[in-house]
Write a protein that binds this ligand. Structure first.
Ligand code: ADP
Ligand code: ADP
Length: 226
């Protein structure tokens, strides 16, 4: 049974009484611990598909399932990482990462243990007390990744997460993400418009056609990993 499955899923937004079809007939099965990259032209519905997988948007046709159960809203098991980081500016690195466990009523000791573990995983030991505006883009994105992992995400949904970073930082974070993924058995769905990035990162590349996108081509790429 796949961790995430879309069956003929579609989304039509209504905006000022006008219907905007963003996605049509999307079918996709993602197995646990797969790293799937989703590529396609701008506007084909990649972000919409991710937001439906996260539970931020409901499908207007078809089914979106996690472990075979309909996704009815957002939940901590599906963590989303955005290009613009989405950190809480009023919280330091430690409290950004600890926000999920704290809001779910974990004890201080549990929160401390969790935040320490994930701060170390992304290499921010010396920055725990720093606020987001003092961090570089790469460091902010590390905090965002640690934050979803600390909140017990089983699937991480990433919407062009490295799109705002310079080439060197991007390559470093790509390496780090693969490292984290191979150590944790995480499931990742990663949206990018860079074919290079998709081929470097993915177990499987899913290509969406333009327009109100469909998924018609899936290329399986088996890459040897270090
Ligand atoms: P992509 O991520 O592939 O660029 P999106 O999912 O962002 O594509 O958008 C797909 C289509 O849906 C576009 O035509 C976009 O304008 C439209 N769209 C996206 N979000 C909304 C929204 N909240 N309301 C209305 N239309 C939207
Ligand atoms: P990245 O490439 O990961 O975005 P940078 O290249 O901007 O990071 O930063 C490289 C190093 O510079 C960091 O690992 C850190 O040691 C130091 N650094 C960056 N921003 C700060 C800051 N606000 N305060 C102290 N040191 C910093």
């Amino acid at each position: 049974i796949p961790i995430l499955e879309m069956k003929n899923a579609g989304k039509t937004y209504s905006q000022n009484g006008r219907a905007i079809e963003a996605l049509r007939g999307a079918s996709l099965r993602v197995k646990k611990s797969e790293f799937v990259c989703l590529i396609g032209a701008s506007g084909c519905g990649k972000s919409t598909l991710l937001r439906m997988a996260a539970g931020f948007e409901a499908a207007t046709q078809g089914d979106v399932l996690m472990w075979g159960m309909p996704i009815t809203g957002p939940g901590p098991s599906r963590g989303m990482v955005f290009q613009d980081y989405g950190l809480f500016p009023w919280l330091n690195v430690r409290d950004n990462i600890g926000f999920g466990p704290k809001s779910r009523g974990r004890t201080r000791a549990e929160i401390r243990e969790t935040t320490d573990r994930f701060i170390e995983l992304v290499g921010l030991q010396n920055f725990a007390d720093i606020y987001p505006h003092q961090l570089s883009g790469g460091m902010k994105q590390r905090v965002a990744i640690a934050r979803v992992l600390a909140n017990d995400a089983e699937i991480v949904l990433m919407d062009e997460p490295f799109g705002a970073l310079d080439a060197m930082t991007r390559e470093r974070l790509q390496d780090e993400l693969v490292e984290i993924w191979s150590r944790t058995g995480l499931t990742v769905i990663f949206v990018t418009h860079s074919i290079e990035e998709a081929i470097f990162l993915a177990d499987r590349v899913v290509v969406m056609s333009p327009g109100p996108g469909r998924i018609d081509n899936e290329y399986s790429i088996d890459l040897p990993r270090p």
